[in-house]
Design a protein around this ligand. Sequence first.
Ligand SMILES: [Zn+2]
Length: 309
Amino acid sequence: MGKALCVALLSVFSAILAACGLPTDWLEGAPPPPMENGLTVKLLAVGQGDSILIRTPEQTILVDTGDTSETGRLRAALKKECVRRVDKLIITHPHRDHIGGAAMVFRTCDVKEVYDNGQPTTTNVYRDYLKTIQKNKIPSRTIRDGDVLDLGGGAVLRVFSPTQEMVDERGMQNGKVNMNLNSIVARLEYGDFSMMLTGDAEIPTEEGILRRHSPEMIRCKILKAGHHGSKTVSGTEFLRALDADAVLVSCGEDNEYHCPHPSVLDRYVKFEMDIFRTDQDGTITVRTDGKAYTVETERNGKKDAEAKP
Ligand SMILES: [Zn+2]
């Protein structure tokens, strides 16, 4: 390769990195650069599945990785956000529409730690996920009700579900295994801001949380709708306890499951929650300084959140 071409390629490479706001040595294993103060949460538009990118002042966290069929969309989203290092990869439960992009994330990002609910399954995508963790010696942990993860810069993730007993029972419901019930449910907290992450947790999981925790413990500003807003989530008592201002729903355009369900949307309206949906709004971005917060959507602009009185 000619010297001139080399120099040209290097300057293009540096320009790309500069555009991403990254120092060039980041790719060589240096710690990520300090990010601007505040917390950003992005509900990425990855079709019928979940993937949530969280950036605290110190860490980058990815909660779920979308479906196997939507890996390209997740990859493009992570590239756009210049994500090369994932400090914590959290898999709420091992269904394909949550774990599907994990292999791509392991291939393209430097994943420092993995957290999941420890509920095994027999799918190839889950086996590959375990194999990659073992092969690359990535520290991994199961998380349980009562755990608190330090996300750096003052942000924490407070876990409310599952319990060990729930995982031991494999989410049995009416004689069948329902892995959704053991999804990790946790509250992201930063100053006065809080957001409930729910994976695909359904009403029995919500009822368990209500039995084990007081409404004061689980109240939050924003709810990520469980199970893509299907009719088996967001029970009245849970919504009353959360007292959230807004709900974010991750679902595919014209999805075959007809999510979100009209009866669930009616409940959100009844509780005066602002509704944001990835199928209509594209990627949804929440920014907070720990006091106020804004919700911005890829397709429909910015909306200053209105806290309930
Ligand atoms: Zn799901």
